[in-house]
Structures are given as C-alpha cells and as structure tokens.
Ligand binder design. Structure first.
Ligand code: UDP
Ligand code: MG
Length: 312
C-alpha cells in the first residue's frame, strides 16, 4: 500500500461522502491507497454514513471512538491503524483539497532525503485580530519552547512510515501534534496551499478551545514557566533587599520616617498575586503529571471496520 489518508471526523455527516468522492476523482486508480476515517464520537449520522462507505469501498477503514476524544487523539488512532508507506493527515471538511496531496506525493517521490511535506496556509481565512493573536502566540511559544513551531503550518502533512512510527512511539496523554511533529525531527519541506471554505457544518474551534490549545502547546513542550517562578522570586528578593538598605540609610542620615501605608498594601497584593500565579503554574504541571501517571489510554475504540483484503 503506497498511501494512507488519515481523516479525523467529528460531526461531518454532510462532508465525508463528498470527501471520498473528491479523493477518488483526484487519486483515480493510479495510486494504491486506503482511507482511514476516525469517527471521533460524532453525535450526528457520521457513523452511519461511514459504515455505508466502508461497505461500498474496500479501501476504507473506519475507527469509531466510544466518545469525543479530540482531533489529536483521532489523528493518533488513524496513524496507528494506517498501513501505507506514506501517510497523510487531512481534514474531512474539504478545506484541504486532495489535489495538494498529489503535490506532496510528488515531492516525496522525487526527494528521497525528505521525510515529510507540510502544507501551510498561504492566506489565512480569518480576521486580522485572529491572525494577529496567532502570530503573537507563535512568537511566544518559539521563544520559550525547545522545538520550532512554524506559523500557519497545519496538521495537513504527508509523512513517510519511519516518521509515522516515531510519532506513534510518543504515547503521551496530552498530545500537541504541532510540537510532536517538530520534536521527532526528520527533514520537513513546507509548501503553501489555499484553504478552501468549509463545505458543510461549522468549525469546532472557538476562542475558548483555541486558548486551551495554546496553553497546552506551551506546557507540553516547555518547562520554562516553572523556572519563571524562581526568577521572579529572585528578582523580588533582590529588590526588597536594596529597598530595605535605602530605608535604613535614609533613617540614619536624614531621619526620614518610613513612609507608606499605600506602598505596603501595594507590595503585599503584588507579591501575593505573583505567588498565587506561580502556584497556579505549578499546579497545571502537577495536574498534567497526575493524569499522565494514571496511564489512561489516549482514546478508546468502540468499533474498527476494516476489510479483510486490506489486512496486512
Ligand atoms: N475534529 C475531530 N475532533 C474534534 C474536532 C475536530 O476529529 O474534536 C476534526 C473535524 O471533523 C475536521 C478536523 O478535525 O475533520 C478539523 O476540524 P475543524 O474543521 O473544525 O477545524 P478548522 O478547520 O476550523 O481548524
Ligand atoms: Mg476545517
């Protein structure tokens, strides 16, 4: 099998059939391929439609989760069910066109040294505010984390089997794919693509979900926020020693009384706030460790439909 397409689906009943058709039209019979749909606990008719598609098409696998585990988990499950030499992660909503997969394939076929081709959005389909926030986030995360994140690069990428295996070997519970893709290394090439408008349904990414994702990204690939507490503690101690020194000198030489009810209240509040903030950061890491230590599975499969011919 040359190519596997991994397609996470969450409430995509109106898109999956069209998606499959589009893939057929694009890849035709020239490329030996399979499609792994991961039904991430959809609450609409996605499951029914996918089942039907798997019955009609021998090269379609359907992995169904017992509930919604998120796109990260869905990608992980799809990658582990896939068996192609090259694997592409692609959305079900046709924003990412299968035509781009052909371009990616051509690059990997012609460059044996390249292990991965990632598509990034030439022009973002979002407002100035959102793209501004995103570019600040990328600056921040690149500044404080150990791996490199490319602004605009999506999960839409084609990888060789060696890279897929490397990703599968990372079994962490809190998965941040952008970081994982970058952490495993390998030679990656970036190509621009134009994200189409969503065919049907709506995006599942609200501001709240994106913020959570951003915090997750920073915490999964950096422990610098923990060090931040130590730095702040050190600097504030230093400042307070200098301040006390000044106060004593003032008292001895000029007889100035220690002024400042307001200063004291201000400082107590500031330091109290900082302490709580640092405790919060510590708590976040601890919570992540707590969940990881429980060693829960990243996802739970309720049903896996796979044709026998497809078995390897
Ligand atoms: N998705 C998923 N689980 C989720 C949320 C999304 O599997 O909890 C899938 C979704 O069906 C789609 C892809 O991930 O195929 C990208 O989601 P979406 O289109 O909502 O994101 P956007 O394109 O707006 O970034
Ligand atoms: Mg989309």
């Amino acid at each position: 099998m040359k190519l596997s397409l991994v397609v996470p689906c969450f409430n995509e009943e109106d898109n999956v059939e069209k998606f499959l058709q589009e893939v057929k039209n694009t890849l035709k019979n020239d490329i030996d391929h399979e499609i792994v749909f991961v039904n991430d606990g959809s609450t609409d008719n996605t499951h029914k439609v996918l089942k039907q598609l798997a019955e009609e098409n021998k090269n379609v696998q359907v992995v169904t989760f017992s509930r919604n585990f998120g796109k990260e988990a869905a990608m992980y499950a799809g990658l582990s069910a896939s068996c192609g030499e090259m694997v592409c992660v692609i959305d079900a909503d046709l924003q990412q066109h299968p035509q781009v997969v052909l371009e990616m394939l051509e690059i990997l076929d012609n460059n044996p040294d390249t292990d991965c081709v990632t598509a990034y959005q030439k022009k973002r389909r979002e407002g100035i505010l959102m793209s501004g926030i995103k570019s600040v986030f990328y600056k921040l995360i690149n500044g404080i984390s150990d791996v490199n994140f490319v602004n605009g690069a999506s999960d839409f990428r084609l990888m060789r089997r060696t890279m897929v295996e490397a990703i599968l070997s990372m079994t962490e519970y809190h998965r941040f794919s952008k970081g994982i893709f970058s952490w495993v290394g390998f030679n990656t090439e970036y190509i621009p693509y134009e994200a189409k408008k969503r065919e049907n349904g709506k995006s599942k990414w609200g501001v709240k979900k994106l913020t959570k994702y951003a915090v997750e990204g920073i915490m999964s690939f950096s422990t610098k926020p923990l060090r931040f507490a130590a730095y702040v503690g050190f600097v504030s101690s230093l400042i307070s020693v200098i301040y006390m020194f000044i106060v004593v000198i003032q008292k001895i030489f000029w007889g100035i009384d220690v002024p400042g009810y307001a200063t004291i209240v201000g400082l107590v509040l500031l330091l109290g706030g900082l302490q709580l903030f640092c405790l919060g950061v510590l708590g976040e890491y601890l919570a992540k460790m707590y969940i990881q230590v429980k060693n829960r599975p990243v996802y739970i499969v309720k049903e896996h439909i796979k044709s026998d011919e497809n078995e390897n």
